[in-house]
Design a binder for this molecule. Structure first.
Ligand code: HEM
Length: 476
């Protein structure tokens, strides 16, 4: 009976599909949820509700509606839902999943400052990314144009940029322990939205059911935690207080300060959670973007050729790209933007919650309600895009071939909880992509054409594919 009571929508709540008793609309998230939810919005409106096994959830659709909530009412929509799974994983602490309040503010500020101080604010940081780009293309060269799956190399190379900020060091491409950690962590990103995880959130007692994917998720999380604890201890050796070398040192300074002025949210546990979140948020997303980019360049040889032409004309005599070259490469910029729009790396954003009662479009949403932002629906919004279902970098160029920003483009979301790694991700994508295509022509192994159907999870990634990276002769 309690379950049924919880299912009832409160007065003024947005409408939605009728729930099946007990499990509600959980099944609606089973296959391509972002596509399904967009279709549902055509029936129920831009703002509608779902019952996820007793957890009433509001879904926001389209650019106007998402902007109204995340931007115009930034504070109101800045919380994260206290789902049993998140409570178990990070006790609603850390950074990415932290409740909206002092703890989140302290962690976000420290992370942003560290990203600036140890990252983009340092003159030699760009050189370090370029160095990683070289390790990356050299490792690809070892395949000598033969088919290989680029997933692990891209993951390693991309995560090393975040590693520089967090630990002050990169991990070599043969570091099996680090690779294993990333692998099971990223498996958890997939499992976090699997049917089992949704069921766990609705019925936390299934924790005691000894089989099921939720058990795998818990085991992985425990293993990642132990690995990070060890690595953090290693990298904090030789620390000099108030002379931080990286994010971990900066965090430990705050932690010590905490002993003098108690009451802050910095703790050993939150250090481990936030390090884990920064690593996975930075790696999974940027890696998937680059893997999609490689796949689409191979699928559209004429687009790849135009990228090659632009790269060759700007980077004379095959010199390495720098961030300054970005303004001179509007076509590369357009391609990367269209990949982010079309491939929808984080299709439903990261679940939000209302921090107080919200009023939107005449509806009333109580405090603490879970909110899903359908970012995919923004990128497919017919009001802002013509033929949104067509892959066309051209839409980011004006008639003179200059790059143009588009409003309904939210791969990094918006508002208080927007992606804090956007700037870093943009640097990485540009430098990795141009370095890669400067050196190679990408093509499928003869007789194969991989599918573009994504693998489902919190993030969308291509199904594993093999590719041939053939060294090109540069025309200058
Ligand atoms: C949050 C996308 C790269 C760190 C987010 C969110 C999205 C997103 C959609 C959810 C924001 C919300 O709640 O509405 C992306 C994409 C990336 C990328 C598409 C690459 C192409 C990165 C990188 C880092 C990072 C490189 C750091 C190394 C974070 C963190 C959050 C976040 C910490 C949580 C922010 C908070 O809760 O305050 N990202 N991201 N992301 N991202 Fe990214």
């Amino acid at each position: 009976v309690r379950q049924l009571m919880k299912q009832r929508r409160p007065p003024g709540f947005p409408p939605g599909p009728s729930p099946i008793p007990v499990i509600g609309n959980i099944m609606s998230l089973a296959t391509e949820p972002h596509v399904f939810l967009k279709k549902q919005s055509e029936i129920h409106g831009q703002i509608f509700s779902l019952d996820l096994g007793g957890i009433l959830t509001v879904v926001l659709t389209g650019y106007d509606c998402i902007r109204e909530c995340l931007y115009n009412q930034g504070d109101v929509f800045a919380d994260r839902p206290s789902l049993p799974l998140f409570q178990k994983m990070t006790k609603m602490g850390g950074l990415l999943n932290c409740k909206y309040g002092k703890g989140w503010m302290e962690h976000r500020k420290l992370a942003c400052n560290s990203f600036r101080y140890f990252g983009s604010g340092q003159r030699q940081f760009e050189r370090k990314i370029s160095e990683e780009c070289m390790f990356f293309v050299d490792a690809i060269d070892e395949h000598k144009g033969k088919p290989f799956n680029p997933k692990h190399l891209v993951t390693n190379a991309v995560s090393n940029i975040t590693n520089l900020i967090i630990f002050g060091q990169r991990f070599t491409y043969d570091d099996r322990n680090f690779q294993h950690m990333i692998e099971i962590f990223s498996e958890n990103v997939e499992l976090a939205v699997s049917g089992w995880a949704l069921l766990y959130n609705a019925f936390p007692w299934i924790e005691y059911v000894p089989f099921g994917k939720h058990q795998k998720l818990f085991r992985n999380a425990a293993e990642v935690y132990d690995f990070l604890l060890e690595v953090i201890n290693g990298f904090s050796q030789g620390r000099v207080p108030h002379a931080p070398r990286h994010y971990v040192d900066a965090y430990l300074d705050e932690l010590e300060q905490n002993k003098v002025e108690p009451g802050s949210s910095f703790s050993q546990e939150n250090l481990i959670y936030s390090v884990g979140e920064l690593i996975i948020a930075g790696t999974e997303t940027t890696t998937n973007t680059l893997r999609w980019a490689m796949l689409y360049m191979t699928l559209y040889p004429n687009i790849q050729e135009r990228v090659h032409r632009e790269i060759d004309s700007v980077l004379e005599n095959g010199r390495a790209p720098t961030l300054e070259d970005k303004q001179k490469m509007p076509y590369v910029e357009a391609v990367l933007h269209e990949i982010l729009r079309f491939c929808n790396i984080v299709p439903l954003g990261i679940f939000r919650a209302t921090s107080q009662e919200a009023k939107v479009n005449g509806y009333t949403i109580p405090k603490g309600t879970m909110v899903i932002t359908n970012l995919y629906s923004v990128h497919m919004d017919e009001k802002y895009w013509t033929d949104p279902g067509v892959f066309s970098p051209q839409r980011f160029l004006d008639s003179n071939g200059n790059f143009v920003k588009r409003e309904a483009f939210l791969p990094f979301s918006m508002g208080k909880r927007c992606c804090l790694g956007e700037q870093l991700a943009r640097m990485e994508m540009f430098l990795f992509f141009t370095t890669l295509l400067q050196r190679f022509h990408l093509q499928f192994p003869p007789g194969t054409v991989p599918t573009v159907t994504p693998k489902l999870g919190m993030t969308l990634q291509p199904q594993p594919y093999s590719i041939c990276a053939v060294r090109r002769q540069q025309k200058s």
